[in-house]
Design a protein around this ligand. Structure first.
Ligand SMILES: *[C@@H]1O[C@H](CO)[C@@H](O)[C@H](O)[C@H]1NC(C)=O
Ligand SMILES: *[C@@H]1O[C@H](CO)[C@@H](O)[C@H](O)[C@H]1NC(C)=O
Length: 288
């Protein structure tokens, strides 16, 4: 593993960024991020009305009742790709951590998470991407109530895993208060309390993405030379899919069309040998 620093936008820095790659077991096993609610989520049609709400970033934006929306995938990613042009952050803005749960159905460890989030309203946002067929009910008093986003089927090892990750990140980006984004599975549990994790992440100027490169069948063996020259063999990296990223990198990931389309064509589980896109997409995107 090597350390990677990602504190600059790829868009403005075409030179190879200096990464501080850190494989944090903390994030591996643990938790996630949050962000501010956004008026698009309830009904983005309301955007057409004159601006009635003046943004006050010292207050958490009102949480929408439901995160469901009728935006197409294309529109969602487009809206999520907006980034502020002014580089410095408003001193009054309270950053949130977005916790992104990629699950099949129930969250078996929900009671731990409820305890973890208790008393920290306004400092986190939760996003749930279960299977679309999942019909479990979430109690009204749960932190997970109303936090489900429009989802699509996800199957182990398939390209739709990274599409779902991008969908989670994109929904969280719609809330401008979300500053850090933690991708989690249904078996993740937090190893530290909320205050520790919040303070650590909000004061961090790097993203936490595992990344390594080797010539074994499990890594370079999955590289398809048809991806060159956009993705070279040297740029092909592997990692756990569970990451913790800052807003700048989140915007880069949802804005990516070039690398995603190569993965959609040339990194498929049905190939021989199979290619598991979720283990390669983000670390390779960062290295390319
Ligand atoms: C924003 O909210 C804070 C806290 O309630 C308040 O003190 C401040 O005056 C508000 N700012 C504006 C511009 O409304
Ligand atoms: C969170 O954990 C840290 C380190 O274990 C501890 O010092 C702190 O008191 C804890 N905070 C709360 C609110 O329990």
């Amino acid at each position: 593993m090597k350390a990677t620093r990602q504190d600059r936008s790829k868009a403005t820095n075409h030179a190879k960024p200096h990464y501080l790659i850190c494989s944090c077991l903390l994030f591996f096993f643990a938790f996630a991020l949050g962000m501010v609610s956004n008026p698009y989520l309830q009904s983005h049609r309301e955007l057409c009305k004159p601006c009635e709400t003046s943004l006050n970033f010292s207050l958490p934006a009102p949480e929408p009742v439901s995160l469901m929306h009728d935006m197409s995938e294309e529109e969602l990613l487009w809206r999520a790709s907006f980034a502020p042009k002014i580089g410095h952050v408003l001193s009054s803005r309270v950053p949130k951590i977005a916790f992104l749960f990629l699950t099949r159905g129930d969250l078996p460890l929900a009671p731990f998470w409820e305890e973890f989030f208790k008393g920290h309203d306004g400092l986190y946002s939760i996003y749930m991407h279960p299977d679309p067929a999942y019909s479990g009910l979430v109690p009204r008093n749960s932190v997970f109530f109303g936090r489900r986003i429009p989802s699509k089927p996800v199957r182990w090892g398939q390209i739709n895993v990274i599409e779902a990750e991008r969908r989670l990140i994109a929904n969280a980006l719609l809330d401008s208060s979300n500053e850090r984004f933690v991708l989690l599975s249904e078996s993740c549990i937090p190893l530290y309390n909320f205050s520790m994790i919040y303070t650590y992440l909000v004061n961090s100027d790097v993203s936490y993405v595992g990344s390594f490169h080797d010539t074994t069948p499990g890594c370079l063996g999955r590289y398809n030379p048809a991806m060159a020259p956009q993705i070279t063999a040297e740029q092909w990296h592997k990692a756990s899919q569970w990451v913790e990223i800052n807003r700048a990198l989140a915007v880069e990931i949802v804005s990516d069309e070039k690398y995603l389309s190569l993965f959609q064509k040339f990194c498929l589980i049905s190939w021989k040998p199979p290619c598991f896109s979720d283990e390669h997409y983000i670390p390779t995107f960062m290295a390319a």
